[in-house]
Ligand binder design. Structure first.
Ligand SMILES: Cc1ncc(COP(=O)(O)O)c(C=O)c1O
Length: 408
């Protein structure tokens, strides 16, 4: 396909980028694009953020890889623990690794083999987590009790799948199988199906069910993380998981990930019940990225980006009303999306009923007009710390133009 990751391929052809600065990228033809994808959230601070560049240059001049602990790995770990209100953390290199280790740790800690995940939930490429990531509805069974759909070539073990925002279905599963279930893993806000918000009280009730049935709760905050606010989605919503997975936004664009949580659980890493190794874990460049981002992403800075996002969401909602489009906006933190359905999307089945044709059209429309949002029709725009009112106006006016075109 000529791409390093299948996400990077899209029809009719992907765009090849040569450089990026702030909120803009330049392609091989010299065309400037407004970036609203921002590395799927990894570029939250903006491309070539001066603080990230400065910290990584300082680290680079002192050596690239020690494979030993270092003052900077300690500093980064303390920053992550403080910010995300967890006892202990270990670093990894990608979101896939963070979710893999968290699930493995839950199994090692509880001594139980099975896991529960959400239908439609994406958590990277670890075998158990590829189950029902975006299943074909032909194979997915009843909405209330979905069948686990296992991709070819994977060996996931026992994975139960439940619908999001459905406490009855979750409790039924816990009631019948809690003796074998180590953990429930979910994104607190689903951000691979547009943006799907948890119902009021859903996550608190999930927490309560996990406690009642002796099942660990893992929040995959690879996408939410700092894009949800200065302490991530867990603190914003006020529900504390047992383990949290982080990546993307915590590193300023440098590959880094982390998993962590309660000391009692992380002890299973320290005493070797769960093996955690990795040549590049905690490498100085990644740690410099974490340090810089922790300095940059103050509640004030993120609050300002969120205010811009709200401005975009409100104005786009007004346009939707004005042109009577069958759509609505959803936002969370610095992310937003237009969902092409009149009713809210609460789970994967609702998402599958949205209008993918218009979603693709609007994505291509923007791309042809110099605005790049993530491909896949299931992502959202991201207002980084480098975006200003000018970029919000471009986003909103572009949406107005497509609204006019759709109604003309
Ligand atoms: C929620 C979530 N978890 C995990 C991952 C995997 O992260 P990575 O692509 O860094 O392996 C992703 C990637 O998009 C994700 O969105």
């Amino acid at each position: 396909m000529g791409v390093p990751s299948s996400f990077q391929h899209w029809d009719p052809y992907p765009i090849s980028i040569v450089s990026a600065q702030g909120a803009y990228m330049t392609d091989v033809d010299g065309r400037e694009l407004l970036d609203l994808s921002m590395g799927f959230g990894a570029m939250l601070a903006g491309h070539l953020n001066p603080e990230v560049v400065k910290e990584t240059k300082i680290a680079l001049e002192q050596g690239m890889l020690f494979v030993t602990p270092s003052p900077i790995s300690r500093d980064a770990a303390e920053r992550i623990c403080r910010r995300f209100a967890i006892d202990q953390v270990r670093f990894a290199n990608s979101g896939t690794e963070a979710t893999m280790y968290a699930v493995r740790l839950a199994k090692a800690f509880t001594g139980k083999p099975a896991i529960v995940k959400i239908e439609g939930g994406y958590h990277g490429s670890y075998d158990p987590l590829t189950v029902s990531a975006k299943p074909s509805l032909d194979l997915a069974g009843p909405a209330e009790d979905p069948h686990p759909v296992v991709p070819e070539g994977t060996n996931p073990g026992v994975v139960f799948v439940v619908p999001f925002n459905n406490l009855d279905a979750l409790e039924r599963r816990f009631m019948s199988d809690s003796s074998s279930i180590a953990c429930l893993i979910l994104e607190p806000v689903l951000e691979n199906l547009g943006i799907v918000l948890p119902d009021e009280g859903y996550l608190a009730a999930v927490r309560e069910l996990c406690d009642r049935y002796g099942i660990l709760l893992i929040f995959d905050e690879v996408k939410t993380g700092l894009t949800a606010g200065a302490g991530g989605a867990a603190q914003r919503i006020g529900v504390k998981p047992d383990l949290i997975c982080l990546a993307k936004s915590i590193g300023g664009g440098i590959p880094v990930a982390a998993f962590g949580g309660r000391k009692e659980i992380m002890d299973a890493v320290a005493d070797g019940r769960m093996a955690h190794f990795g040549t590049f874990n905690g490498n100085p460049l990644a740690m410099a990225g974490v340090r810089a981002i922790d300095r940059i992403c103050t509640p004030e800075a993120l609050g300002a980006a969120e205010a811009l996002n709200l401005n975009a969401l409100n104005r786009i909602s007004t346009i939707i009303d004005e042109y009577e489009l069958p759509a609505h906006t959803v936002g969370f933190g610095v992310k937003g999306c237009v969902t092409w359905s009149e009713t809210p999307v609460r789970n994967y089945r609702d998402y599958k009923a949205t209008d993918f044709g218009v979603a693709e059209l609007s994505w291509l429309w923007s791309l042809n007009r110099g605005i790049i949002t993530p491909p896949g029709l299931d992502e959202q725009w991201l207002i980084s710390l480098a975006h200003t009112q000018k970029e919000i106006d471009i986003l909103v006016e572009d949406f107005r133009e497509i609204a006019v075109a759709l109604r003309s």
